[in-house]
Design a protein around this ligand. Sequence first.
Ligand SMILES: CC(C)(COP(=O)(O)OP(=O)(O)OC[C@H]1O[C@@H](n2cnc3c(N)ncnc32)[C@H](O)[C@@H]1OP(=O)(O)O)[C@@H](O)C(=O)NCCC(=O)NCCS
Length: 152
Amino acid sequence: MVEYKINDNIEPGELDKFFHGWKSPPSIEIKEKLINGSDLIVTAREDGKLVGFLTAISDGAMHAFISLVEVLETHQGKGIGSHLMRRAIDYFKGYYDIVLITDKDKGAFYKKFGFNEIYGMHIRDFKYRLNPSPLAGEGKACPELVSGGEGE
Ligand SMILES: CC(C)(COP(=O)(O)OP(=O)(O)OC[C@H]1O[C@@H](n2cnc3c(N)ncnc32)[C@H](O)[C@@H]1OP(=O)(O)O)[C@@H](O)C(=O)NCCC(=O)NCCS
């Protein structure tokens, strides 16, 4: 039987069997960061083994972004992805927007839950890595504000 849990603990190594077919799968360090940095994690476990998971980030009030929905290849087509999606949609009930990015050929899966196509933009970096920016730390001001901005 598959058991679903909200904000279950995941070990980074448990994600090794996922991201099948990704051009640029995340490193173990990035897996650890994304687990710790997500505002919502929904897991699907069969006899304790992780067979699917969903992660999302949110501002806690208006906007939620479903960042990853992954089901092991061996377990696809059994309703697990649908369960994960329904749990996340319930969790963010009342929010202004729940958004996600997907490949066009997977649109049909998300439309089943009421998602509509919208216009969007993004920057993608296939060489993504842990954020080296000094601005990534908490409470750091932007350099242009510190120096007085343009004209100085
Ligand atoms: C996409 C994914 C999450 C779906 O999970 P799943 O557990 O296989 O899906 P379900 O069994 O809940 O399928 C529910 C319905 O969606 C349909 N569906 C599943 N995957 C689909 C896809 N890739 N494209 C279109 N429809 C799909 C199923 O046919 C099923 O239709 P039905 O209700 O008419 O029978 C899963 O296939 C997966 O992990 N794929 C690899 C990773 C991935 O692509 N993640 C999404 C990145 S945006």
